[in-house]
Write a protein of this length. Structure first.
Length: 197
């Protein structure tokens, strides 16, 4: 569903744009584009006095999967004891973190799971979230599903997210996201924000 409106209190939620992940995907043009567009959205949300939430990840679910992790992360269990390198979870410089930004650290795919994100958004009066980040089919999709379950209007800025697997990105954007919320480009979101401010 295309973007119909921006709620009076919408928040931008940027998922996993951190040094350890982005630097591992520097050859991926979708990730490079996602960084540029997410950075632009963050600047526009700040300019209009809307909340910007920057999410990083420091862990992963302890269960075994058939797909090996691209980066091993310490989950705090004996099953996975390799710690990431220093600075791995630091947000990328391009995001230009500001004192008004809200920082959330997650240990699972969804930015809502076992974090204070829902409480933060409700305290701010947020009714709509605009999602960006990496990876489209993992952290972004999981966060979008949780946002819907928590009762938020969801907007997915599809050109401000990337995935090292182009087919997984396409599947999320074309098949999953239309069931979870409204999809839009960065330019469409910015235009709508400007029109409602």
């Amino acid at each position: 569903m295309p973007l119909t409106t921006i709620d009076p209190t919408a928040a931008l939620v940027v998922v996993d744009l951190q040094k350890g992940i982005v630097s591992a995907l520097t050859d991926d043009t979708s990730v490079t584009t996602a960084v540029q567009q997410a950075t632009h959205l963050a600047a526009e949300f700040r300019r209009h006095g809307l909340p910007v939430v920057l999410v990083n990840v420091t862990g992963r679910a302890p269960g075994r999967t058939d797909s090996p992790a691209r980066v091993r992360i310490d989950t705090g269990t004996s099953a996975n004891t390799t710690a990431p390198p220093a600075g791995w979870a630091d947000l990328i410089d391009e995001l230009d973190v500001q004192p008004t930004d809200h920082l959330i650290t997650k240990r699972r795919r969804s930015a809502f799971h076992d974090t204070g994100l829902d409480t933060l958004l409700r305290d701010l009066g947020v009714t709509q979230v605009v999602l960006t980040g990496v990876a489209t089919s993992s952290g972004v999709e999981s966060t979008a599903r949780s946002a819907v379950d928590h009762g938020y209007h969801v907007v997915l800025a599809t050109d401000a997210m990337g995935d090292p697997d182009p087919e997984a990105h396409r599947h999320s954007v074309e098949r999953i996201f239309p069931k979870l919320g409204e999809t839009a480009t960065t330019a469409e979101v910015v235009s709508m924000v400007e029109a409602t401010r």
